[in-house]
Design a protein around this ligand. Structure first.
Ligand code: HSE
Length: 411
């Protein structure tokens, strides 16, 4: 069976590398006589590349080649990836992608087309890089009703937060290193503003809960406003700050989904997940909590997941994977303003006694936090659980200048 790659960037070139390096065992596991990379689509030139002869700038060279049964899409972005993937599926080719933006925007539709054409559309690498998570959700946890998912879903932001927590490094300095190491997306705002994690929680929520959740339905906050003072207050509370993507299913069938920085206790399984590593906690009614951990970004870890899907497509070329991912439904995702959490607040004051009185008037009893070196006119506290809408109203009335607000979780 022949393979083509669309997009020879970090992941695409990693796929070619892994296919070559482990060729014999990959072919054996695929149960095919041969798995050969025969075409690579990219608009750029790669003079001297070992695959130089395979390059084309014309998508039709892949689409019209009947010997190509599996197409790997590692271009990123929705367009033109969507048009190309759709055309490949309609031409009867299975498609494997690492492109979370595409899957979050069009996953349900592309799965439906794949089903109609009796081919496969697979996307293990779109969430958690090299961590097996899509296949475990649809296969290994199939016995469970999944009620909750929470994950550190973005390697770049986890790397930055780890540098801030462990080395006291500023956000800007840590981002620069993440970019130099190739972790960050081309546009780092997708990472640091939480959009990348949002796409991933959409994919996970759609798979776990059964209906498509779109990125614009998910309240998303990144880490650009996190200050070193917040990191210190989290330590004083007994925890760390992580960027979490989370989704919950309620008894009435509705769900919540959100991406935001969060305080998590040091005892949490997610707290020790550092650097570029990702971890995803899945809460099932039979299994309880199960955590998937590994490298969530990078060339070869992501290529590992892509090539595993290629092997799966080749091995099951006559059958289809069933994902149970249906269309979106109206009013499925609840408004984030209705979700209750405890909130951490860092704020400055002009009159400490008046500030504390106003906090007591608004929130009743709160937990005050402090650390050595905290600014003299600043305080940090954690409220009892309160709906976001109520919190917003109350904090606006307090005699404080709010520096940051971070949700507190119990994962
Ligand atoms: N930029 C992403 C991350 C790559 O840092 O996690 C993997 O999706």
């Amino acid at each position: 069976m022949n393979i083509a790659i669309m997009g020879y960037g970090v992941v695409g070139s990693g796929v070619a590398e892994v296919l070559k390096k482990n060729h014999a065992s990959i072919v054996k596991k695929s149960t095919q006589d041969e798995l050969e990379l025969v075409r690579i689509l990219d608009l750029r030139d790669f003079p001297g590349d070992e695959n130089e002869k395979l390059f084309t700038k014309d998508f039709n060279d892949i689409l019209n080649d009947d010997s190509i049964g599996i197409v790997v899409e590692t271009m990123g972005g929705v367009n033109p990836a969507y048009d190309f993937v759709l055309a490949c599926l309609k031409a009867g080719k299975s498609v494997v992608t690492s492109n979370k933006e595409l899957v979050a925007a069009k996953g349900c539709e592309l799965l439906r087309v794949a089903e109609e054409m009796n081919v496969n559309f697979m996307f293990e690498a779109s969430v958690g890089g090299g961590i097996p998570i899509i296949r475990p959700i649809i296969n290994c946890l199939a016995a469970n009703e999944i009620d909750e998912i929470a994950g550190i879903l973005n390697g770049t932001t986890n790397f930055i937060l780890t540098k801030m927590i462990n080395e006291g490094m500023t956000f800007e300095a840590a981002l620069k290193i993440a970019q130099e190491l190739g972790y960050a997306e081309r546009d780092p705002s997708a990472d640091v503003e939480g959009k990348d994690a949002c796409r991933k929680i959409c994919i996970l929520a759609s798979l776990c809960f059964g209906n498509h959740v779109y990125p614009d339905e998910v309240y998303t906050e990144g880490i650009t406003e996190i200050a070193l003072a917040d990191v210190e207050y989290a330590k004083a509370w007994g925890g760390v700050i992580k960027l979490l993507g989370r989704a919950t299913r309620y008894g009435d069938g509705k769900i919540s989904a959100m991406v935001s920085p969060a305080f998590i206790r040091c005892s949490s399984q997610l707290a020790g997940v550092d650097d570029v590593f990702n971890a995803i906690l899945v809460r099932g009614d039979a299994i309880g909590d199960v955590v998937f951990y590994g490298r969530g970004a990078g060339k070869l870890p992501t290529a590992s997941a892509v090539v595993a899907d290629v092997v799966d497509c080749a091995r099951h070329s006559a059958s289809r994977k069933v994902f149970g991912w249906e269309d979106s439904i109206a009013d499925y995702v609840v408004n984030y303003k209705d979700i209750k959490h405890p909130f951490f607040v860092r704020a400055s004051f002009t009159d400490e006694a008046a500030a504390k009185q106003s906090i007591a008037d608004a929130f009743g009893e709160v937990e005050y936090l402090t650390y050595e070196g905290a600014a003299a006119n600043e305080l940090g506290f954690v409220t009892a659980p309160v709906a976001q809408s109520e919190f917003d109203e109350k904090i606006a009335k307090a005699a404080l200048t709010v520096g940051s607000v971070i949700r507190v979780t119990d994962y």
